[in-house]
Design a protein around this ligand. Structure first.
Ligand SMILES: [Fe+2]
Length: 488
């Protein structure tokens, strides 16, 4: 492996840090590398061509009061493959907040589990406002550029997907919304469009829009909601997008007193909006369903005049009845998908009758789903998702779920190893949906190393077919994406 250090940051964190999300699988990384000709166990397939990008949270300074993993600064990891050759880079996303805190050498914004009045900074981002936009939640590739996003609405930070060179912020020729963009904008590989929404405290509380492949905003509309909500994800089909108004949101009474306290209203239905992709507010169709909160949707598609939506239904979205181990770690119990009881679930919205039917797809707790990107918005058969550790936001298993046969295969990661959100990379020239590879970053705490593992997507239960070494063990994090070389 050939390695060059690009930059070494000096953190202002305790030497013997024992915070569960700044140690172990979540030990932050502060060195930026460029590496190539990476060491490989096994063989990198020559028909794997593209880039696997992952976003991670890496705090640099002690919090003002209380650290939550979503407060950490975004760092992207890029590993690319072409004709068996490998290249790697990692970079902090140079957000405005990152630059300001580097200058001040301290945290300036209150974290998501702190009261906003703790902030030193006077301006901020996020649906609740006055948060630091860490750009640490998701990463996608649109128009050949990697975009890093923030979970509660913010900027889209642009980076070269291979070198991770900073390319500034998305402006959409001056049409980037002042409310920002939520964590999970979607790219339709077939049209090159970016579909997005945002949400906030002010009416209409949600907007939806479309950006074309050249980066021009070509559609933007109000999606009026009854009050401030906390939608995290969306889905799309060839003709529609599916947005949501779910009964987990900030308690309005607490909100009036300036507190952001999530509450689940079990007596209120979930509501899903089916909207033509270039539709109007008047064309929104609302469908009701059983109360839940959904962090992530896997995919949606049309079947005649029905819209099929697969996602992860939470049975206990506020971790009711679950005691936290330590009062310092308020809110961490809802980071455990096993506590939330999140299971694969299917909603079908009938556009003729206005009725919803819904069916559980699995008994197993899982989340962070991925489909073959060519099937996004189109009918899919396979979902790949993560099994989560108990008591820690980290992944220790990989599911391949066949929604047609109803079978689910599990690859269990060896003890002490944690994987990341796994992506599906179609093989060059592939035609079958699962003809390709699954890629994930695996961190082995015992060996203190990280590798990119490559699986055969047709049967991941056999384990990795290749392990590609990274220069340093990386922190756990949130989302990841795959972009084929042809899209770069
Ligand atoms: Fe997410």
């Amino acid at each position: 492996m050939k390695v060059q250090v690009h930059h070494r940051f000096t953190p202002g964190l305790p030497e013997d840090d024992d915070h569960p999300y700044r140690s172990g699988a979540w030990r932050p990384q502060h060195v930026e590398y460029d590496a190539w000709d990476l060491d490989v166990e096994g063989e990198v397939p020559r028909d794997l061509a593209g880039v696997y990008l992952r976003n991670t949270e890496n705090p640099l300074f002690e919090p003002i009061k209380r650290y939550h993993p979503f407060d950490g600064d975004g760092m992207l990891h890029s590993i690319s493959f072409e004709e068996g050759q490998t290249r790697y880079a990692n970079r902090f996303v140079r957000t405005d907040g990152f630059a300001a805190e580097q200058e001040a050498r301290q945290s300036l914004w209150a974290g998501i589990t702190e009261h906003p009045s703790n902030a030193v900074a006077e301006q901020g981002w996020g649906a609740r406002t006055l948060l630091k936009d860490t750009a640490s939640t998701d990463v996608i590739v649109h128009g050949g550029v990697a975009l890093a996003s923030f979970y509660q609405c913010g900027e889209l930070y642009r980076l070269d997907p291979l070198s991770l060179e900073d390319r500034g912020k998305s402006t959409w020729s001056g049409a980037f919304p002042r409310e920002g963009v939520s964590a999970h904008p979607k790219v339709d590989e077939h049209t090159g469009e970016l579909l997005f929404f945002n949400y906030g405290l002010e009416a209409p509380h949600m907007h939806y829009g479309v950006v074309d492949r050249t980066g021009e905003r070509v559609h933007y509309m109000d999606v009026p909601l009854p009050g401030p909500r906390l939608p995290h994800d969306m889905a799309f089909t060839e003709r529609y997008v599916v947005l949501n108004d779910l009964p987990l949101y900030w308690d309005p009474e607490a909100l009036a007193a300036g507190h952001y306290s999530n509450r689940f209203y079990r007596d209120q239905p979930s509501r899903f909006a089916v909207v033509p992709r270039r539709g109007t507010t008047e064309e929104i169709r609302w469908f009701e369903a059983d109360p839940t909160f959904v962090l992530h949707f896997a995919n949606a598609y049309e079947e005649g005049n029905k819209v099929v939506l697969d996602g992860y239904f939470q049975h206990n979205p506020t971790a009711k009845g679950v005691q936290r181990a330590d009062a310092r770690y308020k809110g961490f119990e809802t980071l455990d998908v096993n506590v939330l009881e999140a299971r694969a679930h299917r909603w079908v919205f009938d556009l003729d009758t206005g009725e919803t039917t819904e069916t559980p797809l699995s008994e197993n707790f899982a989340e962070f789903p991925m489909v073959n990107g060519r099937h996004a918005g189109r009918r899919h058969r396979y979902l790949y998702s993560a099994r989560c550790c108990r008591g820690l936001f980290a992944f220790d298993g990989l599911y391949k779920h066949d929604v047609e046969s109803g079978t689910e295969d599990l690859y269990e990661v060896p003890k002490g190893v944690f994987i990341s959100e796994t992506v599906m990379a179609p093989r060059l020239g592939s035609t079958a949906e699962d003809d390709g590879y699954l890629l994930t970053f695996a961190s082995d705490l015992g060996a203190d190393r990280s590798d990119c593992w490559i699986f055969d997507a047709s049967d991941p239960t056999h384990g990795p077919i290749a392990r590609v070494r990274l220069p340093e063990r990386i922190s756990s994090g949130t989302h990841a994406t795959w972009a084929p070389l042809s899209d770069l």
